[in-house]
Design a protein around this ligand. Structure first.
Ligand code: BGC
Ligand code: NOJ
Length: 811
């Protein structure tokens, strides 16, 4: 069942039934200021950091779900309704929510009144615009009452939800004209405030939540709306809110527009006050003046649209498969930009208070957006690398506001450092900018300990070399990519975190996933060294890679697939000898990508085993059989019920590793089959089962051993976005940036006749047309550049400013 449809022309998903199986959300904002908006107008807003600089409240896992947001109440005689349907939930005559590129539009109607709400954050602006248009489509004069509503958060979102003996006392506001200012804690340690304005005269306002709602009412039945007039309250402590009241009289066919703004202001320390206890409102007024007319709003909205034209214009395909095209051209790239901004910090699932920017996550996210915003990607790489230590280890996460490593969580996840080689080499291949390697980048954010960025890569490489276990395989540390395979944890205390506890000191558990990862990014490190003339370093590094390959072949092969690990006791994990958890996806993915033992058929055998044991209707599960009891020596993985999360769920992030592995042995049908099983647009028709948005990837789809296979959870903020984009564009479609050009090596389903890709690479546009007359999956017969045959599969960098025609014949 569907709850809407794709509008590819406008790059929108159009939800036509508000009762989606879960809130279907969108992200607004592109730089410093962000909002999340659900299809029923729920959500929240923050500046840079969802934990430390939260503007509005949101309650996670509330009952009912998705309560609290940016609400407009329209009172038309005895009927009250909302353009987003919630919170009042009056049955609407029509409803439409269009989630687009950094904006959301509601268009609803009731009893001859049509309301449109457009929400977006103009580029470079610290405020959310809500343009509200109300039209009388009836033949009578309409006298309507419009109420806006938001609830302020007292800035620190975590403290806001827990420290009630303080929080009930601190809330402070000011009201001037049609602007409500939220100035809690401004008089002491904060140099920032927020405001909520509208560009028209108002007939009243409220800032005290209890007065607005009534103590015993929810958002669905505010007292003020029921009574039809504001109480003009000024909040002192408790929970400050902001609500405007506007009387709207409309002749038949008349339409009126209002521009609301939810803004954020920072002022200099010595310029905080206008007069005693009165805040300096000048910066807010300047912001309001920027968008006080509909024309100004329209101009900013068009700029936003042009911004996305540019970002999405760098890779565009025509494959003849509509579902694929809309993923690659629109939604997958869009999601990659959102993960760039948020990492795993702020969503409807992640409360925005627990997690910052992950070291491994942010490095991996980069491969999905580096072609769109290379300069910002470079800055991100430097931010991440700055949280590393001289020995190559690093903080597992850092906070976006301070960019400092999160000491509470610490580090010791031994896969982390290697991902820096991935992000850096992909950045250089995309841009040709080798100067990054010379930039001085601090260790542990201490500039006095800065070294050229290249040294960070070296430290990452040798962190593995210096931390090998009894089988000469990499020590796993707290965990590798799979946070829940905690082999040194041995936790009996339900109150301790699997991620931060390591009860066994000097843990000797080893990871085959890191072994494969090391071979893949070790080779990249060597290739980079050759590029920059560090041949001795390349030769030295190669020895360690060769040793690792030998170690995997000797002690990491189980007969039909690669082992997953050795546990604390030196026992095999992921072996046919075990009853549960016989085979795991991660080591099959990385060791096949690394092509370890390919010459002896290991890669093919491993991928066949994946097909046999891990594949399912809804994607490839993480391990099989799933664990049915708690294995203290394995940790959190065995705490999840069978088929969920890391215990036998389809953990979408790792599926592309297998797709890429398949392309290593030329199996395009298999690779694409895996791709289409988890690509959200392919799942639109089963939305009632899938539950989450059909336009973005989610973290997990319940696996074959789950109670409800196919049911997905935790959409949006997942490394799934970048990895799938990377797998489809660079390995399946096979157009891949390299240091000296664009490499062409597609691995597609045999039945395809070919495809077209427009690729902007280092400022040059390549119009690539691949044809497949012999219906093969892999192999190239001929490549022509502007009509001239070339005899390499890497298209040399062409002249800037021109469009180049690349014709590829497979066979
Ligand atoms: C989740 C993992 C997550 C980890 C860290 C675990 O409970 O299952 O997916 O990476 O927590 O937050
Ligand atoms: C989610 C985390 O953000 C990511 O870092 C981790 O690799 C996966 N969970 C798998 O456990």
């Amino acid at each position: 069942m569907k709850y809407g449809h794709f509008d590819d022309e406008n790059r929108e998903y159009v939800i036509t039934n508000p009762k989606t199986p879960y809130p279907w959300i969108n992200y607004l904002g592109n730089e410093d200021f962000f909002s999340l908006t659900s299809n029923t107008a729920g959500g929240y807003t923050f500046y840079k950091d969802a934990k430390f600089r939260r503007l509005t409240r949101y309650r996670y896992n509330n009952v009912p779900i998705d309560d609290g947001g940016k609400y407009f109440y329209i009172k038309d005689e005895d009927t009250t309704w909302c353009p987003g349907w919630k919170p009042v939930k009056t049955e609407l005559d029509s409803y439409e929510c269009r989630h687009g590129m950094s904006y959301t539009k509601f268009k609803s109607s009731k009893n001859g009144v049509q309301a449109e709400v457009l929400q977006f954050i103009p580029l470079g602006f610290w405020g959310e615009i809500q343009k509200v248009s109300i039209k009388n489509t009836s033949s009578k004069v309409k006298k309507l009452k419009l109420f806006s509503f938001i609830e302020w958060c007292l800035w620190n979102a975590e403290d806001d939800m827990t420290n009630f003996q303080r929080n009930f006392n601190t809330g402070e506001v000011e009201i001037e004209d049609a602007v409500i200012y939220h100035k809690t804690e401004f008089k002491e340690r904060r140099n920032h405030y927020a405001f909520y304005s509208v560009n028209s005269k108002i007939n009243g306002f409220d800032t005290d939540r209890e007065s607005f709602l009534g103590l015993y009412n929810g958002f669905d039945a505010p007292d003020v709306v029921a009574e039809g007039r504001s109480k003009n309250t000024e909040a002192h402590g408790w929970s400050p809110v902001a609500s405007h009241y506007i009387e709207v009289e409309l002749q038949p066919n008349e339409e009126k527009d209002y521009v609301f703004m939810l803004g954020y202001v920072e002022v200099e320390e010595d310029n905080k006050w206008e007069s005693k206890s009165v805040i300096n409102k000048k910066p807010a007024k300047d912001m309001i003046a920027k968008f006080d007319t509909v024309d100004k709003v329209t101009t900013a909205f068009n700029e936003l649209s042009a911004y996305w034209d540019n970002l999405l214009g760098k890779i565009n395909i025509q494959s003849g498969e509509q579902k694929l095209d809309r993923m690659v051209n629109i939604w997958n790239q869009y999601q990659c930009m959102v993960t760039f901004n948020m990492s795993r910090s702020a969503s409807f699932f992640e409360s925005g208070i627990g997690r910052g920017m992950g070291f491994r996550d942010s490095n991996q996210d980069l491969i999905g957006f580096v072609h769109q915003i290379p300069e910002r990607a470079r800055e991100r790489i430097v931010d991440i690398a700055s949280t590393q230590f001289e020995d190559g280890s690093c903080y597992h996460q850092y906070q976006p506001l301070t960019k400092k490593g999160n000491a509470i969580l610490g580090g010791n996840f031994n896969d982390d450092p290697l991902w820096l080689i991935l992000s850096t080499t992909e950045y250089i291949k995309e841009t040709g900018d080798f100067s990054l390697l010379d930039e001085l980048v601090p260790f542990d954010n201490d500039m006095s300990r800065a070294k050229p960025h290249f040294d960070h890569l070296k430290a990452s490489f040798y962190h593995v070399v210096n931390n090998l276990g009894p089988h000469n395989l990499p020590l796993i540390g707290r965990a590798d990519w799979n946070d829940c395979l905690n082999l040194n944890c041995f936790s009996k205390d339900p109150n301790e975190s699997f991620q931060t506890t390591g009860n066994k000191k000097d843990g000797k558990a080893e990871s085959l996933m890191i072994a494969g990862l090391f071979v893949v990014y070790g080779k990249e490190y060597v290739k980079l060294c050759h590029q920059i003339g560090k041949t001795t370093e390349a030769d030295n590094a190669q020895i360690h890679i060769d040793n690792m390959i030998e170690a995997v072949k000797k002690d990491g092969w189980d007969g039909d697939w690669y082992l997953r690990a050795y546990d604390y006791y030196g026992n095999k994990v992921g072996t046919h000898e075990n009853e549960e958890g016989k085979i795991f996806i991660e080591s099959q993915g990385w060791c096949t990508m690394a092509e370890i033992g390919k010459e002896d058929g290991l890669v093919e055998k491993s991928l066949n085993a994946v097909k046999e044991h891990l594949d399912s209707d809804y994607g490839i599960v993480l391990n099989s059989p799933a664990f049915s009891k708690y294995y203290i020596e394995y940790g959190e993985i065995s705490t999840y019920p069978k088929g969920y999360k890391e215990n036998g769920g389809v953990f979408c992030h790792n599926n592309p590793w297998i797709m890429i592995g398949e392309t290593m042995i030329g199996r395009g049908d298999e690779a694409y089959d895996y791709y289409s099983k988890i690509a959200p647009s392919f799942l639109e028709d089963i939305s009632e089962l899938h539950k989450v948005e059909p336009y973005v990837y989610c973290q997990m789809i319940a696996g074959k051993e789950a109670f409800k296979p196919g049911e997905a959870k935790n959409s949006w903020l997942s490394g799934t976005a970048s990895w799938n984009f990377y797998a489809i564009t660079q390995y399946i479609l096979g157009i891949k940036p390299d240091y000296n050009g664009l490499s062409i090596n597609p691995c597609i389903p045999k039945k395809w006749d070919g495809f077209k890709m427009k690729r902007v690479f280092r400022g040059v546009t390549y119009n690539i047309e691949v044809t497949n007359p012999d219906h093969v999956s892999k192999g190239i017969k001929q490549i022509l550049v502007n009509g001239n045959v070339i005899n390499t599969s890497i298209i040399p960098i062409q002249e800037e400013g021109q469009n180049h025609r690349i014709t590829v014949v497979m066979g």
